[in-house]
Design a binder for this molecule. Sequence first.
Ligand code: HGY
Ligand code: MN
Ligand code: MN
Length: 416
Amino acid sequence: MSAPGENLRINSARLWDSLMEMAKIGPGIAGGCNRQTLTDEDAEGRALFQSWCEAAGMTMGVDAMGTMFATRPGEDPAALPVYVGSHLDTQPTGGKYDGVLGVLGALEVVRSLNDLGIKTKHPIVVTNWANEEGARFAPAMLASGVFAGVHTLDYAYGRKDLEGLSYGDELKRIGWQGAEEVGARKMHAYYELHIEQGPILEAEGKTIGVVTHCQGLWWLEFTLTGKEAHTGSTPMAMRVNAGLAMSRIFEMVQEVAMKNQPGAVGGVGQVKFSPNSRNVLPGTVVFTVDIRTPDQAKLDAMRAEIEARAADICAEIGVGCAVEAVGHFDPVTFTPELVETVRRSAEKLGYSHMNIISGAGHDACWAAKVAPTTMIMCPCVDGLSHNEAEEISPEWAAAGADVLFHAVLETAEIVK
Ligand code: HGY
Ligand code: MN
Ligand code: MN
């Protein structure tokens, strides 16, 4: 005998259509998306999301970091809302689902509640966090970090992109600087649905990731100072080659990550050479080392070792070396009671599932500092993400949203 609501499911076709519609905004050049935060494309995606939320009967609030909160009222006005969301901003060569599945999956939960005429005790707030990716304005999860009190609003507004444009100015330019104080909202709980962005669920043949933890991260921005000189006429012995120092640091980061297996990662995704002319040895080289591991002690030891050895490498070559931590969070343990709610939901729906530690960072990592929080994951093809070829199946999207639906229903409490 099934319990009331046991077989409730979201409308998977409507979810998939919404994902494909959103993917048309800020299209990439290879089937993915380039909807970077605070660009005109981001503004366009925000407007579409707001129109969908309002069509679903929700009211939109926007805070001073540009994060969007669409509220479906609950029956108990005194009850704190259940927040459900992720992010709509993408990498420059991002996929169609990273972040977007979590925001539109949350919207689909509300659309399904409306279809079924279900009322909940707690309000439900569908959330689009600004600047999760940190691709344009470091660090990642900037807006949720301000919300959780990790960063000040001034710090966030002052963050600059590679063109020297600031977060605050760009937020005003696209017209999405909200009036709400960041972090004034209090949450009963926060759920985030996200693609795994790694290969484990697909390889294990599991449909749902019951996310218990998220690994910690350091983003270490190195500025190496060499001597600009002619690449042809400058004898090797006279060179102060910042590019050579950079390459030796890259090799060292790889070695440090490999000797901390299993579970550690380390690499570099962004480098800026100045003057970046093919026949001038670089005067300065700026790059960000990204290291991560679920083990707190390892994370801090890796940072210390990389900074010390980078200084030695630069001293040996005579290159100046400055380093600034431009992103950080410690390993996160999600709220066990909510993790079990997710597990029960997957079991009730008959979806295969397994515990998983998130390899990528998410806004949930900061939400966990201020409210009971957990995540739900679905597989992605070949574990590929932060690549335009990122792909999931409609079935995986629907399964993730179904589990989100049941978990949110349990926490928001159906009013008979
Ligand atoms: O860097 C991350 O893990 C996330 O994609 N912002
Ligand atoms: Mn993401
Ligand atoms: Mn991402």
